[in-house]
Ligand binder design. Structure first.
Ligand SMILES: Nc1nc2c(ncn2[C@@H]2O[C@H](COP(=O)(O)OP(=O)(O)O)[C@@H](O)[C@H]2O)c(=O)[nH]1
Ligand SMILES: [Mg+2]
Length: 448
């Protein structure tokens, strides 16, 4: 609920479990009043008398325990939520934090919902939706590239572009409004030409953002690397040696891997999703057949195929099939089992041995250099599907406006411009509906 602004909420803001300290946050109209009932400093001062943002040592008096802890008061609007906010920093441990929370609840607070502190920050204008999402992306990041993308969002890089495009649209809409007042044809004509150029410029800006979304998907989900090759060529061994794990079963029995196996790997700060597959060959085994078809069906969607061949042997039909299946894909031909031969008997882009680990690190470097385009490693990237969807809808309306401007009057164009404006506003949250806002914050962690 966006409307329930007045209740005072409380939650554990550090993670649940045993640790050095726990921080309990209390936010809302009665936060300081509640804190006054529970805490007094060593000098016998109450939180309402504390200086803002200054830690005070004192005693927390709950019904069942008395504990020496730290307390800090943030007064509205200069707090994370924009409301009065009190933080209690106590010794770590589930029971102590629980005691502090329960005491706050007994005094009139209620337990916060997931993301409710940040939702209040949004409602109070402390943070825009895109920034809040960037912060969450940083918290959940598994790679440096994700942290960078989250940091960009949190810094407002996307919000700035969206807001700039919105204000360009507002300018344009007011120009159009003026032209209604002077409807002589020549004025209409110049306004039309000007309008066309302005719309085209905004459209270009948005298209260039949309064009980063593939890189954004790769940053968030990982760049997919599909390992393909005949049975026993060393696919599962490669997955294990790239990820330094024993994730996939390795045996000398052909057909061991029947389903796809996925693992995550980070190379130079980029996340990769490695997929081990069933070996490609003719088989009567029904389960293996399904696995082989699955492997084939993944080829077109993979960001990169690693085609494994056994370079100690001559090329065979199965190798040829793998190479023909991937001929239109981005791929690296990897000659495995170089430890078994002095001279490779097949052409490959790189020769390695998963057994002796020879040149596996060079393969990582090669993978990185062939997949890390500049969209991924720098600049503003669209990593969030909600943002992408809003941009695409805005772009569609701008395109409509550009199509129609030739043979429609400007007042009709302004309908599409208004729709583009409101689609862009969904990014920062200025035009986002309550349901969507609630669903975004519900995905945040408790106490955030
Ligand atoms: N000599 C040698 N044997 C390897 C190498 N890589 C894998 N093997 C062996 O080849 C067999 C099949 O390996 P596996 O990873 O299960 O192949 P997959 O069927 O393609 O997944 C196992 O006995 C591995 O130990 C390598 O680089 N050199
Ligand atoms: Mg295998």
């Amino acid at each position: 609920m966006l409307s329930e602004k007045n209740s005072t909420i409380v939650a554990l803001s550090t993670s649940l479990g045993t640790g050095a300290i726990s921080i309990v946050r209390l936010s809302g109209e009665k936060a300081i009043e509640i804190a006054d009932k529970l805490f007094s400093s060593l000098k016998n001062k109450k939180p309402s008398e504390f200086e803002s943002r200054k830690l005070e040592l004192g005693f927390f008096n709950a019904q069942n325990f008395k504990e020496q802890i730290l307390c800090v008061v943030f007064r509205a609007p200069f707090s994370y939520t924009g409301e009065n906010l009190v933080e209690f920093q106590c010794h770590g441990g589930v029971r102590i934090a629980e005691g502090v929370i329960n005491a706050c609840i007994d005094c009139g607070a209620r337990l916060a919902e997931s993301g409710e502190f940040t939702k209040r920050a949004f409602i109070n204008g402390k943070i825009s939706l895109d920034k809040a999402e960037g912060m969450m992306d940083m918290i959940n990041a598994e790679s440096e590239a994700e942290i960078r993308a989250g940091f960009n969002l949190l810094g407002g890089a996307l919000g700035k572009v969206a807001t700039a495009s919105q204000s360009a649209l507002v300018d344009l809409l007011s120009d159009i409004e003026v032209s209604f007042d002077y409807p002589e044809e020549d004025i209409e004509y110049t306004t039309k030409e000007k309008a066309k150029n302005k719309i085209a410029k905004i459209n270009e800006d948005i298209l260039s953002l949309i064009s980063t979304s593939n890189a954004g998907r790769q940053i968030k989900d990982g760049i997919s690397l599909l390992i393909l090759g005949e049975p026993n060529v060393g696919k599962s061994s490669l997955l294990n040696s790239l990820t330094k794990s024993d994730r996939a079963i390795v045996t000398s029995i052909a057909g061991t891997t029947r389903d796809t196996i996925e693992e995550t790997l980070v190379i130079n700060g980029l996340k990769y999703k490695i997929i081990d597959t069933a070996g490609i060959h003719e088989t009567e085994d029904e389960v293996e057949k399904i696995g082989i078809n699955r492997a084939k069906s993944l080829i077109s969607g993979a960001d990169m195929c690693l085609c494994l061949v056994d370079c100690s042997k001559e090329e065979n039909d199965k190798d040829r099939e793998v190479l023909s299946l991937t001929k239109n894909s981005k791929r690296i031909i990897v000659g495995n089992k170089i430890d078994k031969t002095n001279k490779p008997r097949q052409n490959a882009d790189i020769y390695i041995s998963t057994k002796s680990e020879k040149d596996v690190n060079n393969l990582k470097d090669l993978i990185y250099s062939k997949t890390a385009d500049k969209n991924i490693t720098s600049g503003l990237v669209i990593t969030n599907l909600r943002h992408l969807d809003a941009l695409k809808r805005a772009q569609k309306h701008l395109e409509n406006a550009l199509l129609n401007i030739e043979f429609q009057t400007l007042d009709l164009i302004s309908v599409d411009l208004n729709l583009a404006y409101s689609a862009l506003g969904e990014i920062t949250g200025s035009t986002t509906g309550e349901d969507i806002i609630n669903s975004i914050f519900s995905k945040f962690c408790l106490g955030k």
